[in-house]
Design a binder for this molecule. Structure first.
Ligand code: BGC
Length: 831
């Protein structure tokens, strides 16, 4: 552990840091022996870019990221031995406002951590003889301003190259007119070494197009919503200002700024005018696909701009590709939304005046995230912040780091991330240390909720987010969905109390384990008493209520099948349009699959009408949307005022895709033992899944074509797997050891399309969403406004021919159109 000797320094002025310009700090010093090793340690209250001898140090950006700064302020370390010169050297930095000072949250408040930005630098020179010399930020530094005239995470950065002092970070620069610095009082105990990987530039995207909009704007399309910024290369007259305004979407041919709310997301660069200039912002980032460019001198060419993808530099660990291009796009969208929302903190969205570490969003998405990337660092760091804030404030904040103006109260899915996230990480990585570190936070949360239960053991009072963004909730009340919020809370509590009991047992805390087992049983019994009939009907007949009761294993064995059937019929009655929000969406396909309704799960997944999993894909989405209809079928933005196009939460179904289509599930934490059981359905005829587990790489590669199946599985040393081969006639479970295995076998062709006629029953037609859509569209053209129920008790016996008999004066035209729609459904024409 290094010794933190340096001081936090801020420009010597009596006033709080204004909204720009950024502070430039420098100090010249002499080195007269070549050090064996030189290390620069750096952090800031604000954001910092360290400079040494004329250049930027390292490749990290947005240093020090965002943590719960007063508890944990991360110090980055860089090996700089080769940059140290004999003689004069300069240590410097640019310091901006960042998360510590800038406005955060939709409430628009500033200065959440400090009203002054301050840099902290410590250069350690270790000489061959074992002695060490330190050059640290202290009152010998000089301060001034430069080209960076404003910088704001939400609003963007402005840089006037004419104001940049040439050579300010190199020896020999005359800083005699620079001011001094003053110390900023900041707790040294907050300084910590990083747990998470740094934020870096990860990738560069060239434009796919440069558009002139109907109103005459120049807009660059990068083809993908990313988090990051634009780098430009330009030459032109001194004083020319180029304005870059970032947008997620184009509507009606013009860039649409509705989804970013009050974030200005605008960067400006003013040219020095001395030849080719290359510029990119440093202390902001934007969630965007399009950038509106104004003031470009001359013609804007494709190679003059690049989108720079910026996020935490995590290792990718999970891949899935299927035979269905729409599903592949859905998967890619989830990957991009994850990347875009892992800029240091796992956020809800990266574009608008929010970008906060919303607990519910990562709780819903964590199993997917942990499969796709190694998230131990980012989420481990975030959990440390959560625990620190929880122990200070006495509650788990709804956003971590907490910048909300009001205290949070315990809620399901949001606050209970304190229990479920460590559990998810433990299941993925098999590391007990994760549970051990989180244990005080986990237990504090559960015991707090235990105190809130009513005399029956139900969590029946207090604010709850419920099934947030249920598509049937009113646009202005996202928590007001169909499913009782306290039912959601009681169900989630069944899950977290069980996870808690298992955690205590794993850690050998047997008294706690007994306490939590009893609590788990109490809340489960309370749930069953209050919400479930003896046969398994759930009082609140919604997909989410059933999904929770089934997926959290709350029901008795005797109730499960009935509940599964009810869920399947609710899902079918909605025409396989999605009807769940944040709470139910991660679980509904699982609950269907676990109760023998795999086909319904596929129908739900493959539906493309609005709202559905694939609807955004059909609308050209490149990320997961916050709302099922963030963009409505007519192409307009949902006007609710909360309409991001880049929220990963509803992408949580990708976890089901990994386990069910890819076919891989851990049996033991960390995949020391796993299950490989791909379950094909509805025309998905192949998949390739790769996953880097803590033991090594797993590959599951299956394909069914022309009555033949070929399955290829590799599992790493130190693991075993049980395998169920997809569509195998014998449906046996096989045991495999580490290594590669291949199977080839004949399968019955299960993908024959159904055929429909006037003698089909309504329920047969309703089981095929495409057929149902064609059929009901044809019916509605002749008999508008009369709903058809394909899932009611009559539908199993009612044929189309009989239905026509019931309609007084049914026209020949109606009959002909219905017949044509059924023919179209038979031949596979899409609605
Ligand atoms: C965020 C959500 C979050 C929710 C809860 C929204 O503003 O974007 O994703 O979970 O608030 O209130």
């Amino acid at each position: 552990m290094p010794i933190w000797t340096a001081s936090f320094i801020t420009p010597a002025t009596a006033d709080p840091t204004p909204e720009g310009p950024a502070a430039y700090l420098r100090k010249e010093f002499t080195v007269d022996r070549k050090p064996a090793v030189a290390t620069l340690r750096v952090t800031a209250v604000g954001l910092i870019e360290p400079h040494l001898n004329g250049g930027v140090v390292g490749d990290e950006v947005l240093t020090p990221g965002w943590t719960s700064y007063r508890h944990r302020l991360v110090v980055s370390s860089h090996e700089v031995t080769d940059s140290i010169r004999l003689g004069r050297n300069v240590l410097g930095a640019i310091v901006g406002e960042g998360w510590a000072l800038g406005r955060l949250g939709w409430e628009g408040t500033r200065h959440h951590y400090s009203d002054r930005a301050a840099g902290w630098l410590q250069l350690e020179l270790e000489y061959p003889d074992g002695t060490t010399e330190l050059v640290v930020s202290d009152d010998t530094f000089r301060s001034s301003t430069g080209g960076m005239t404003t910088d704001s995470i939400y609003d963007g950065e402005e840089f006037d190259a004419r104001l940049e002092p040439s050579g300010w970070d190199a020896p020999g620069f005359d800083d005699s007119d620079w001011a001094g610095v003053a110390p900023l009082d900041w707790p040294k105990e907050s300084l910590v070494e990083p747990i998470a990987p740094p934020i870096r530039r990860i990738e560069e995207l060239p434009p796919v197009d440069i558009l002139t909009t109907p109103s005459g704007l120049t807009v660059v399309d990068f083809g993908q919503i990313i988090s990051g910024w634009v780098r430009l290369q330009v030459s032109g007259p001194s004083g020319t200002t180029i304005t870059l305004r970032h947008a997620e979407v184009i509507t009606g041919g013009e860039p649409d700024y509705e989804t970013i709310r009050t974030a200005r997301a605008t960067d400006r660069y003013t040219l020095r005018g001395t030849g080719l200039e290359v510029w990119e912002p440093r202390f902001t980032f934007h969630g965007f696909r399009y950038v509106q460019v104004e003031g470009w001198p001359g013609n804007l060419a494709l190679d003059a701009v690049r989108a720079i993808v910026v996020h935490s530099d995590m290792n990718r660990t999970g891949w899935l590709e299927t035979s269905n291009p729409l599903l592949n796009q859905l998967h890619a969208n989830a990957v991009w939304s994850m990347r875009d929302n892992f800029v240091g903190v796992p956020t809800d969205c990266p574009q608008r005046d929010e970008r906060l570490g919303w607990t519910g969003d990562i709780n819903a998405f964590a199993p997917t995230a942990a499969f796709l990337y190694d998230v131990r660092g980012v989420l481990g760091s975030w959990l440390s912040d959560l625990a620190a804030e929880q122990s200070e404030k006495g509650f788990v904040p709804w956003v971590v780091p907490d910048v909300l103006s009001t205290p949070s109260s315990p809620t399901a899915l949001w606050s209970d991330v304190a229990v479920s996230l460590p559990w998810t990480l433990y299941r993925e990585y098999g590391d007990r240390q994760i549970l051990d570190a989180a244990y005080p936070s986990m237990t504090a949360f559960i015991r707090q909720v235990a105190e809130l239960l009513d005399e029956n053991g139900l969590w029946s009072t207090g604010f709850q987010y419920g099934d947030w963004l249920d598509p049937d909730a009113p646009a202005n009340n996202p928590a007001g969905g169909k499913t009782d919020r306290h039912l959601v809370a009681a169900a989630y509590l069944c899950r977290t109390t069980r996870q808690m009991a298992e955690t205590a047992a794993i850690l050998g805390r047997s008294d706690d384990a007994a306490e939590f087992r009893a609590l788990a049983e109490r809340v489960r019994t309370a749930f069953l008493d209050e919400y479930v009939s003896s046969k398994g009907r759930v009082v609140n007949e919604t997909a989410t209520a059933y999904a929770l009761a089934i997926a959290f294993d709350i029901l008795d064995e005797s109730q499960r099948a009935h509940a599964g059937d009810r869920l399947a019929s609710i899902v079918a009655a909605a025409g396989y349009r999605i009807s769940t929000g944040f709470a139910g969406t991660p679980l509904v396909t699982d609950a269907l699959t676990a109760t023998g309704h795999l086909d319904a799960a596929y129908l739900l997944l493959l539906e493309t009408g609005c709202p559905s999993f694939l609807y955004p894909v059909t609308m050209g989405a490149t990320t997961i949307w916050e709302r099922w209809d963030s963009i409505r079928p007519d192409g307009s933005i949902n006007p609710s005022g909360m309409t991001s196009l880049n929220h990963y939460a509803l992408g949580a179904v990708v976890d089901w895709m990994h386990r069910t289509i890819g076919g891989l599930t851990p049996i033991e934490p960390g995949y020391s033992r796993m299950r490989v059981a791909p379950q094909p359905g509805r025309g998905v005829t192949s998949a390739v899944l790769r996953h880097t587990t803590s033991h090594g790489d797993v590959l599951v590669d299956w394909r069914i074509a022309d009555g033949e199946a070929r399955v290829f599985v590799t599992i790493p040393a130190g693991t075993t797997a049980e395998v169920e081969l997809p569509a195998h006639p014998d449906a046996a479970t096989l045991e495999i050891a580490a290594g590669s295995h291949e199977w080839n076998y004949a399968v019955e062709d299960s993908n024959q399309g159904a055929s429909y006629s006037l003698d089909s029953t309504l329920s047969e037609i309703a089981a095929d969403p495409n057929a149902w859509r064609l059929f009901t569209d044809a019916f509605g053209r002749h008999v508008p406004g009369v709903p058809l129920d394909g899932n009611g008790p009559e539908a199993t016996a009612l044929t189309v021919r009989t239905l026509l008999d019931y309609i007084p004066g049914a026209s020949e035209g109606l009959k002909t159109d219905l017949e044509a729609s059924l023919d179209a459904a038979t031949t596979g024409v899409s609605a």
